[in-house]
Design a binder for this molecule. Structure first.
Ligand SMILES: Nc1ncnc2c1ncn2[C@@H]1O[C@H](COP(=O)(O)OP(=O)(O)OP(=O)(O)O)[C@@H](O)[C@H]1O
Ligand SMILES: [Mg+2]
Length: 252
């Protein structure tokens, strides 16, 4: 039995089906633009499966003409966490994901990114599996882009309007930022993460995307809102740096 899973989300011209008998997802494109999006997704999957999961079993792209293509992807088994869950319920998992990412993603490589890493695109199996490589690219983007995007998504997507994270969440984010800094994320990025991610979306991801810009949650915020969010985040980051300094001082 084949079931429709998603139909043209964010106007990307792609429908997703699930074949229960074969345990395969089909992503079907039926316009020139959508076909080019699917070709891009195939490249993303190939990069991920080869470099991160280290498997030779790559998804099959079936192309009929310029206006029809189908990508066949094997199912990953695991839990899904809704992007509408409040950060209080998701930050621990995301922190775990970040540790995983830091342990196996090519370090300091600036040329490969997922481009839309939210909870919707992670399957929590024996390891966290990253799916939906539609926005994949290999242009110059700062190291850590995907995980900072993920962190921003868990504090933004659950809310309809602009919302400042709670003190507790800010504290945890500050500590994660310190960890990211130790793992090579540029300090300048961590001092204005929302503005930097928004800039990268506008300049690098959006010009190549085959969907509407509403998909990219940061773009709906004004410059002032992004500034305010960054102000809160950078404060939390500095407090975390200071706390760590005090700890080493105590140890002496
Ligand atoms: N390989 C896979 N393993 C497990 N689940 C998958 C896989 N591919 C797709 N799915 C499921 O189908 C959903 C839609 O697929 P995908 O994310 O690739 O498409 P999409 O166009 O981004 O749709 P959406 O906007 O709903 O995320 C996923 O959120 C996931 O639940
Ligand atoms: Mg998706």
């Amino acid at each position: 039995m084949i079931r429709l899973v998603a139909n043209n989300p964010h106007g990307n011209g792609i429908s997703v089906f699930y074949d229960k008998r074969k345990n395969v997802f089909y992503k079907v494109a039926s316009s020139v633009r959508a076909v080019s999006g699917l070709r891009n997704e195939k490249n993303g999957w190939d990069w991920y499966l080869t470099n991160i999961l280290r498997t030779e079993k790559l998804p099959r792209l079936v192309e009929k003409d310029n206006e029809y293509a189908r990508l066949e992807i094997s199912k990953f088994y695991g839990e899904k966490i809704s992007y509408t869950q409040k950060p209080e319920n998701t930050i621990k998992r995301v922190d775990y994901f970040i540790n995983y990412y830091l342990s196996c993603w090519p370090r300091n490589q600036q040329h490969s990114y997922h481009g839309d890493l939210t909870l919707s695109n992670i399957i929590w199996g024996d390891i966290p599996y990253v799916i939906d490589w539609e926005q994949y690219g290999n242009r110059k983007i700062f190291w850590g882009f995907d995980v900072i995007y993920l962190l921003l998504s868990i504090i933004i997507l659950p809310y309809e309007n602009f919302t400042i994270p709670s003190k507790n969440i800010l504290k945890k984010l500050g500590m994660i930022f310190v960890k990211l800094e130790k793992n090579g994320v540029d300090k300048k990025i961590l001092e204005q993460p929302a503005a930097e991610v928004k800039k990268a979306i506008k300049n690098i991801i959006l010009p190549r995307a085959n969907c509407e810009k509403t998909k990219f949650f940061l773009l709906k915020f004004s410059e002032l809102e992004v500034d305010i969010l960054d102000e809160c985040l950078v404060r939390a980051y500095r407090y975390a740096v200071y706390d760590e300094y005090l700890e080493t001082f105590k140890e002496k």
